[in-house]
Design a protein around this ligand. Structure first.
Ligand code: PAF
Length: 281
C-alpha cells in the first residue's frame, strides 16, 4: 500500500495500470470509520485496485468553525486502510495539488437537486462537493466510485455531476452502516459527548417509527410526530425533517403510487450537526 501526496506521482503509478486493471475510487475526508471501510471493502471486491482519497475539502464547508473542527487523523486512517489489504492506494494531497492557487468552487446547476434539504441549510455546499469530485475524477479516472447512502442527496448529485461533466465513471451507492444502537456512523460522531451519543440514538429510532407508521399515517401526521418528538428532547435540536421523493428529492406533501419516498433528517447535538435518512417504501 502506498501513500501519495501529489498528483504527479499518483498518476505515474496509475497510468500503466489503466490498460490492464480496473480502478475503484473511494473519496473521503478522513477520520475513517466502519462506514468508510465498508465502502473500501465493496470497492476492493469489484476492482483490481482502489484509490482512497483523504482530503478535507474547504469549498464544501459554509461554516469556518465546522471546517476547523473537522477531525483529522491521517496516521490512524493509513493504519486502518493498511489492515484492509495490499491493493489500496491512498491519495492525501494538499489543497494546492488539487485546486492550484485558487481555492474556489464551480457554480453547478444540478437541476434543482442542490436546492433541497442540505442545499437550503448549507449554502454552496454542493458546488464545493461537485468541484472537488470533478477534480478527483479527472485525476483518478476510476471505473467505479463508491458513496455512502448516509449522504443520499450527495449520492444523487454525484450521479448528476457525472452526467453534466460527461464522465465515464460508474457511481455505486452503498447502504448506511449503523452502530448497534442504530446511530448512523459519521466522522462527526467522534465529537459527541457520551450523553449526546446516547441521545443521538433518537434520530434513527424516530426514522424507524416513521417507516413503521408510513402506510397508516399521512405525511403531515408524520411530520408533526417528528417535530413533537424532538421538541420534547433538550439535547437535540431538529433542523429539518422531510419526506421526499427519492429521485427528485422534492418535499412530498402527499404519497403517490409508484413513487419511492425517503425520510431525511438533520439534527444538532450541541454544535454538532448529524444527518440520517431511511427508505420508506
Ligand atoms: O462525503 C464526503 O466525505 C465528501 O463530501 C466527499 C465526497 C469526500 C467530497 O469531499
Amino acid at each position: 500500500m502506498s501513500v501519495y501526496t501529489n498528483r504527479e506521482s499518483l498518476l505515474a503509478t496509475l497510468k500503466p495500470w489503466r490498460k490492464t486493471k480496473t480502478i475503484g475510487f473511494v473519496p473521503t475526508m478522513g477520520a475513517l470509520h466502519q462506514g468508510h471501510l465498508t465502502l473500501v471493502n465493496a470497492a476492493l471486491k469489484e476492482n483490481d485496485c482502489v484509490v482512497v482519497s483523504i482530503f478535507v475539502n474547504p469549498t464544501q464547508f459554509n461554516n469556518a468553525e465546522d471546517l476547523d473542527k473537522y477531525p483529522r487523523n491521517l496516521d490512524t486512517d493509513v493504519a486502518l486502510l493498511k489492515s484492509l489489504g495490499e491493493n489500496i492506494i491512498i491519495y492525501a494531497p494538499e489543497a494546492s495539488d488539487l485546486y492550484g492557487d485558487e481555492i474556489t468552487a464551480t457554480d453547478y446547476d444540478f437541476q434543482g437537486l442542490e436546492h433541497e434539504m442540505e442545499g437550503k441549510h448549507r449554502e454552496g455546499h454542493f458546488n464545493g462537493v461537485g468541484t472537488i469530485l470533478n477534480i478527483f475524477f479527472r485525476i483518478v479516472e476510476p471505473d467505479n466510485a463508491y458513496f455512502g447512502e448516509k449522504d443520499f442527496q450527495q449520492l444523487q448529485i454525484v450521479k448528476k455531476l457525472v452526467e453534466i461533466e460527461n464522465l465515464s465513471v460508474n457511481i455505486v451507492g452503498v447502504p448506511i452502516v449503523r452502530e448497534e444502537s442504530g446511530l448512523a456512523l459519521s466522522s462527526r460522531n467522534e465529537r459527541l459527548t457520551e450523553t449526546q451519543r446516547e441521545e443521538a440514538v433518537l434520530i434513527s429510532k424516530t426514522l424507524k417509527k416513521v417507516k413503521q407508521q408510513y402506510s397508516s399515517h399521512t405525511i403531515s401526521e408524520l411530520n408533526r410526530f417528528v417535530k413533537e418528538t424532538f421538541d420534547k428532547n433538550d439535547q437535540l435540536a431538529l433542523e429539518y425533517f422531510e419526506i421526499a421523493n427519492e429521485k427528485t428529492l422534492k418535499t412530498a406533501t402527499e404519497k403517490s403510487k409508484n413513487k419511492k419516498y425517503r425520510a431525511f433528517i438533520a439534527v444538532f447535538a450541541g454544535e454538532i450537526r448529524l444527518i440520517d435518512n431511511m427508505a420508506l417504501n
